[in-house]
Design a protein around this ligand. Structure first.
Ligand SMILES: NC(=O)c1ccc[n+]([C@@H]2O[C@H](COP(=O)([O-])OP(=O)(O)OC[C@H]3O[C@@H](n4cnc5c(N)ncnc54)[C@H](OP(=O)(O)O)[C@@H]3O)[C@@H](O)[C@H]2O)c1
Length: 244
Protein backbone atom coordinates (compact mmCIF):
# COMPACT_ATOMS: atom_id res chain seq x y z
CA UNK A 1 0.00 0.00 0.00
CA UNK A 2 1.15 3.53 -0.81
CA UNK A 3 -1.41 5.43 1.25
CA UNK A 4 -0.39 9.07 1.83
CA UNK A 5 2.70 8.69 -0.38
CA UNK A 6 3.50 11.44 -2.89
CA UNK A 7 4.89 10.34 -6.26
CA UNK A 8 6.21 11.99 -9.42
CA UNK A 9 6.12 9.95 -12.65
CA UNK A 10 7.76 11.32 -15.82
CA UNK A 11 6.12 10.60 -19.16
CA UNK A 12 2.81 9.60 -17.61
CA UNK A 13 0.45 10.52 -20.44
CA UNK A 14 0.74 7.28 -22.41
CA UNK A 15 1.92 3.67 -22.37
CA UNK A 16 3.89 2.32 -19.44
CA UNK A 17 3.93 5.68 -17.63
CA UNK A 18 0.14 5.90 -17.76
CA UNK A 19 -0.19 2.37 -16.32
CA UNK A 20 2.27 3.29 -13.54
CA UNK A 21 0.30 6.44 -12.66
CA UNK A 22 -2.93 4.45 -12.39
CA UNK A 23 -1.31 1.64 -10.38
CA UNK A 24 0.19 4.11 -7.87
CA UNK A 25 -3.16 5.92 -7.58
CA UNK A 26 -4.94 2.59 -6.99
CA UNK A 27 -2.39 1.84 -4.25
CA UNK A 28 -3.31 5.13 -2.53
CA UNK A 29 -0.55 7.51 -3.64
CA UNK A 30 -1.11 11.09 -4.85
CA UNK A 31 0.68 11.43 -8.18
CA UNK A 32 2.08 14.29 -10.23
CA UNK A 33 2.98 13.17 -13.75
CA UNK A 34 4.77 14.94 -16.59
CA UNK A 35 4.35 14.77 -20.34
CA UNK A 36 5.60 16.68 -23.36
CA UNK A 37 2.88 17.03 -26.02
CA UNK A 38 -0.21 14.93 -25.26
CA UNK A 39 -2.42 17.53 -23.53
CA UNK A 40 -5.64 15.67 -24.18
CA UNK A 41 -4.37 12.29 -22.97
CA UNK A 42 -2.92 13.92 -19.86
CA UNK A 43 -6.22 15.59 -18.94
CA UNK A 44 -8.07 12.33 -19.55
CA UNK A 45 -5.72 10.47 -17.22
CA UNK A 46 -6.26 13.04 -14.45
CA UNK A 47 -10.02 12.51 -14.85
CA UNK A 48 -9.62 8.71 -14.73
CA UNK A 49 -7.70 9.02 -11.46
CA UNK A 50 -10.41 11.30 -10.06
CA UNK A 51 -13.07 8.72 -10.97
CA UNK A 52 -11.15 6.24 -8.79
CA UNK A 53 -11.24 8.75 -5.95
CA UNK A 54 -7.52 9.46 -6.38
CA UNK A 55 -5.26 12.27 -7.50
CA UNK A 56 -3.06 12.42 -10.62
CA UNK A 57 -2.06 15.96 -11.59
CA UNK A 58 -0.61 16.60 -15.04
CA UNK A 59 2.33 18.96 -15.65
CA UNK A 60 3.64 19.73 -19.11
CA UNK A 61 7.39 19.60 -18.52
CA UNK A 62 10.44 18.56 -20.52
CA UNK A 63 12.67 16.27 -18.44
CA UNK A 64 15.63 17.10 -20.74
CA UNK A 65 15.74 20.57 -19.17
CA UNK A 66 17.11 20.67 -15.61
CA UNK A 67 15.26 23.89 -14.72
CA UNK A 68 11.94 22.32 -15.73
CA UNK A 69 12.71 19.09 -13.85
CA UNK A 70 13.57 21.07 -10.70
CA UNK A 71 10.39 23.11 -11.00
CA UNK A 72 8.24 19.93 -11.13
CA UNK A 73 9.89 18.64 -7.95
CA UNK A 74 9.77 22.01 -6.13
CA UNK A 75 6.12 22.60 -7.04
CA UNK A 76 5.17 19.06 -5.93
CA UNK A 77 6.83 19.61 -2.55
CA UNK A 78 5.16 23.04 -2.22
CA UNK A 79 1.78 21.52 -3.04
CA UNK A 80 1.95 18.22 -1.09
CA UNK A 81 4.64 18.93 1.53
CA UNK A 82 7.01 16.13 0.48
CA UNK A 83 8.05 13.76 -2.29
CA UNK A 84 8.39 10.05 -1.52
CA UNK A 85 8.59 8.32 -4.89
CA UNK A 86 10.18 9.30 -8.22
CA UNK A 87 9.56 7.13 -11.26
CA UNK A 88 11.81 8.08 -14.18
CA UNK A 89 9.95 6.75 -17.20
CA UNK A 90 9.90 9.37 -20.02
CA UNK A 91 11.63 7.92 -23.06
CA UNK A 92 11.86 8.03 -26.84
CA UNK A 93 13.42 5.95 -29.61
CA UNK A 94 15.16 7.01 -32.82
CA UNK A 95 16.19 3.60 -34.19
CA UNK A 96 18.77 3.48 -37.00
CA UNK A 97 21.87 1.53 -37.95
CA UNK A 98 24.89 3.36 -36.55
CA UNK A 99 26.17 4.20 -40.03
CA UNK A 100 22.92 6.08 -40.70
CA UNK A 101 22.51 7.58 -37.24
CA UNK A 102 22.84 11.36 -37.16
CA UNK A 103 24.53 13.01 -34.18
CA UNK A 104 21.13 14.60 -33.44
CA UNK A 105 19.51 11.11 -33.23
CA UNK A 106 22.15 10.16 -30.67
CA UNK A 107 21.86 13.41 -28.73
CA UNK A 108 18.06 13.46 -28.47
CA UNK A 109 17.81 9.89 -27.24
CA UNK A 110 20.61 10.30 -24.67
CA UNK A 111 19.16 13.61 -23.44
CA UNK A 112 15.65 12.21 -22.96
CA UNK A 113 16.44 8.70 -21.77
CA UNK A 114 19.51 9.37 -19.63
CA UNK A 115 20.06 13.08 -18.91
CA UNK A 116 16.35 13.42 -18.10
CA UNK A 117 16.73 10.70 -15.44
CA UNK A 118 19.77 12.52 -13.98
CA UNK A 119 17.87 15.83 -13.98
CA UNK A 120 14.87 14.48 -12.08
CA UNK A 121 17.01 12.44 -9.65
CA UNK A 122 19.23 15.44 -8.87
CA UNK A 123 16.20 17.68 -8.41
CA UNK A 124 14.69 15.43 -5.72
CA UNK A 125 17.70 13.86 -3.98
CA UNK A 126 18.48 16.59 -1.42
CA UNK A 127 14.85 16.70 -0.27
CA UNK A 128 14.81 12.92 0.12
CA UNK A 129 18.13 12.99 2.01
CA UNK A 130 16.75 15.64 4.39
CA UNK A 131 13.56 13.66 5.07
CA UNK A 132 15.68 10.50 5.39
CA UNK A 133 13.46 8.48 3.09
CA UNK A 134 12.82 8.14 -0.60
CA UNK A 135 12.38 5.76 -3.44
CA UNK A 136 13.56 6.14 -7.03
CA UNK A 137 12.54 3.68 -9.75
CA UNK A 138 14.11 3.98 -13.19
CA UNK A 139 12.63 2.44 -16.32
CA UNK A 140 15.56 0.97 -18.24
CA UNK A 141 15.17 -1.73 -20.93
CA UNK A 142 16.53 -5.16 -21.81
CA UNK A 143 18.16 -3.27 -24.70
CA UNK A 144 20.49 -1.77 -22.09
CA UNK A 145 21.33 -5.18 -20.68
CA UNK A 146 21.81 -7.35 -23.79
CA UNK A 147 22.02 -4.74 -26.63
CA UNK A 148 19.80 -4.44 -29.71
CA UNK A 149 20.84 -3.77 -33.32
CA UNK A 150 19.75 -0.34 -34.66
CA UNK A 151 19.45 0.93 -31.09
CA UNK A 152 23.00 1.96 -30.17
CA UNK A 153 21.70 5.33 -28.93
CA UNK A 154 18.79 3.85 -26.96
CA UNK A 155 20.75 0.86 -25.58
CA UNK A 156 23.56 3.19 -24.46
CA UNK A 157 21.10 5.38 -22.58
CA UNK A 158 19.38 2.37 -21.03
CA UNK A 159 22.73 0.81 -19.99
CA UNK A 160 23.63 4.23 -18.55
CA UNK A 161 20.49 4.05 -16.44
CA UNK A 162 21.73 0.76 -14.98
CA UNK A 163 24.98 2.48 -13.91
CA UNK A 164 23.06 5.47 -12.55
CA UNK A 165 20.76 3.16 -10.57
CA UNK A 166 23.52 1.06 -9.00
CA UNK A 167 25.80 4.02 -8.20
CA UNK A 168 23.07 6.18 -6.69
CA UNK A 169 21.72 3.19 -4.72
CA UNK A 170 25.12 2.81 -3.02
CA UNK A 171 25.47 6.58 -2.57
CA UNK A 172 22.18 7.18 -0.72
CA UNK A 173 21.29 3.87 0.97
CA UNK A 174 22.42 5.25 4.35
CA UNK A 175 19.76 7.98 3.99
CA UNK A 176 17.04 5.30 3.73
CA UNK A 177 16.65 6.00 0.00
CA UNK A 178 16.30 3.04 -2.36
CA UNK A 179 17.06 3.18 -6.07
CA UNK A 180 16.03 0.37 -8.41
CA UNK A 181 15.41 -0.15 -12.10
CA UNK A 182 13.15 -2.33 -14.20
CA UNK A 183 14.17 -3.52 -17.64
CA UNK A 184 11.11 -4.29 -19.76
CA UNK A 185 11.28 -6.32 -22.95
CA UNK A 186 8.74 -5.73 -25.73
CA UNK A 187 5.70 -4.04 -24.16
CA UNK A 188 2.52 -3.16 -26.04
CA UNK A 189 2.62 0.67 -26.32
CA UNK A 190 2.92 3.34 -29.03
CA UNK A 191 6.68 2.81 -28.90
CA UNK A 192 6.41 -0.77 -30.21
CA UNK A 193 3.34 -0.24 -32.46
CA UNK A 194 5.39 0.03 -35.66
CA UNK A 195 8.05 -2.48 -34.69
CA UNK A 196 9.46 -4.13 -37.82
CA UNK A 197 9.34 -7.95 -38.11
CA UNK A 198 7.19 -8.26 -34.93
CA UNK A 199 6.43 -11.95 -35.55
CA UNK A 200 10.12 -12.79 -35.83
CA UNK A 201 10.91 -10.84 -32.66
CA UNK A 202 8.16 -12.62 -30.75
CA UNK A 203 9.80 -15.95 -31.59
CA UNK A 204 12.68 -14.79 -29.36
CA UNK A 205 10.34 -14.30 -26.41
CA UNK A 206 9.82 -17.58 -24.52
CA UNK A 207 6.41 -16.40 -23.29
CA UNK A 208 5.48 -15.82 -26.96
CA UNK A 209 3.70 -12.49 -26.55
CA UNK A 210 4.24 -8.78 -25.91
CA UNK A 211 4.02 -7.63 -22.31
CA UNK A 212 1.29 -5.33 -21.04
CA UNK A 213 2.05 -1.90 -19.54
CA UNK A 214 0.16 -3.02 -16.42
CA UNK A 215 2.62 -5.91 -15.97
CA UNK A 216 5.43 -3.35 -15.68
CA UNK A 217 3.37 -1.07 -13.46
CA UNK A 218 2.72 -3.83 -10.88
CA UNK A 219 6.47 -4.37 -10.40
CA UNK A 220 7.09 -0.62 -10.13
CA UNK A 221 4.38 -0.35 -7.45
CA UNK A 222 5.99 -3.25 -5.56
CA UNK A 223 9.39 -1.51 -5.70
CA UNK A 224 7.75 1.73 -4.54
CA UNK A 225 6.27 0.14 -1.43
CA UNK A 226 7.64 -1.06 1.91
CA UNK A 227 7.21 -4.73 0.92
CA UNK A 228 10.41 -4.34 -1.12
CA UNK A 229 12.23 -2.54 1.70
CA UNK A 230 15.42 -4.64 1.46
CA UNK A 231 15.78 -4.34 -2.32
CA UNK A 232 18.06 -1.63 -3.71
CA UNK A 233 20.40 -1.24 -6.68
CA UNK A 234 18.62 -3.98 -8.61
CA UNK A 235 17.58 -4.20 -12.26
CA UNK A 236 14.49 -6.40 -12.61
CA UNK A 237 13.78 -7.73 -16.10
CA UNK A 238 10.12 -7.86 -17.14
CA UNK A 239 10.53 -9.44 -20.55
CA UNK A 240 8.70 -12.76 -20.85
CA UNK A 241 12.09 -14.48 -20.71
CA UNK A 242 13.64 -12.59 -23.66
CA UNK A 243 16.97 -12.00 -21.93
CA UNK A 244 17.34 -15.37 -20.17
N1 LIG B 1 7.38 -0.14 -24.90
C1 LIG B 1 8.39 -0.95 -24.72
O1 LIG B 1 8.47 -2.04 -25.32
C2 LIG B 1 9.51 -0.58 -23.77
C3 LIG B 1 10.47 -1.55 -23.50
C4 LIG B 1 11.50 -1.24 -22.62
C5 LIG B 1 11.56 -0.01 -22.02
N2 LIG B 1 10.63 0.93 -22.32
C6 LIG B 1 10.77 2.23 -21.68
O2 LIG B 1 9.60 2.53 -20.96
C7 LIG B 1 9.40 3.95 -20.93
C8 LIG B 1 8.01 4.26 -21.45
O3 LIG B 1 7.89 3.75 -22.76
P1 LIG B 1 6.48 3.65 -23.53
O4 LIG B 1 6.57 2.49 -24.41
O5 LIG B 1 5.39 3.78 -22.55
O6 LIG B 1 6.59 4.97 -24.44
P2 LIG B 1 5.44 5.87 -25.10
O7 LIG B 1 4.15 5.16 -25.12
O8 LIG B 1 6.02 6.39 -26.36
O9 LIG B 1 5.29 7.08 -24.03
C9 LIG B 1 6.39 7.93 -23.78
C10 LIG B 1 6.02 8.93 -22.71
O10 LIG B 1 7.17 9.76 -22.45
C11 LIG B 1 6.77 11.13 -22.56
N3 LIG B 1 7.94 11.93 -22.95
C12 LIG B 1 8.75 11.77 -24.04
N4 LIG B 1 9.74 12.68 -24.03
C13 LIG B 1 9.56 13.43 -22.89
C14 LIG B 1 10.25 14.52 -22.30
N5 LIG B 1 11.35 15.04 -22.87
N6 LIG B 1 9.78 15.05 -21.15
C15 LIG B 1 8.67 14.54 -20.56
N7 LIG B 1 7.97 13.51 -21.07
C16 LIG B 1 8.41 12.97 -22.22
C17 LIG B 1 5.64 11.12 -23.58
O11 LIG B 1 4.88 12.32 -23.49
P3 LIG B 1 3.88 12.76 -24.70
O12 LIG B 1 2.70 11.83 -24.64
O13 LIG B 1 3.49 14.15 -24.35
O14 LIG B 1 4.66 12.63 -25.96
C18 LIG B 1 4.89 9.87 -23.13
O15 LIG B 1 4.12 10.14 -21.99
C19 LIG B 1 10.50 4.54 -21.79
O16 LIG B 1 11.58 4.94 -20.96
C20 LIG B 1 10.92 3.37 -22.65
O17 LIG B 1 12.24 3.51 -23.11
C21 LIG B 1 9.60 0.67 -23.18
Amino acid sequence: MLKDKIAVVTGGSRGIGKAIVMELVRAGASVVFTYLKSDEAALKLSDEAKELGGKAEAVKSDSRQYAQAKSVVDETIKRFGRLDILVNNAGIIKDKALMLMEPSDWQEVIETNLTGYFNMSKACIVGMMKQKSGNIINISSVAGVVGTPRQTNYASAKAGIVGLTKSLAKEVASFNIRVNAVAPGYIETDMTRDLKKKDELLKLVPCGRLGKPEEVAKVVAFLAGDESGYITGQVIKIDGGLAI
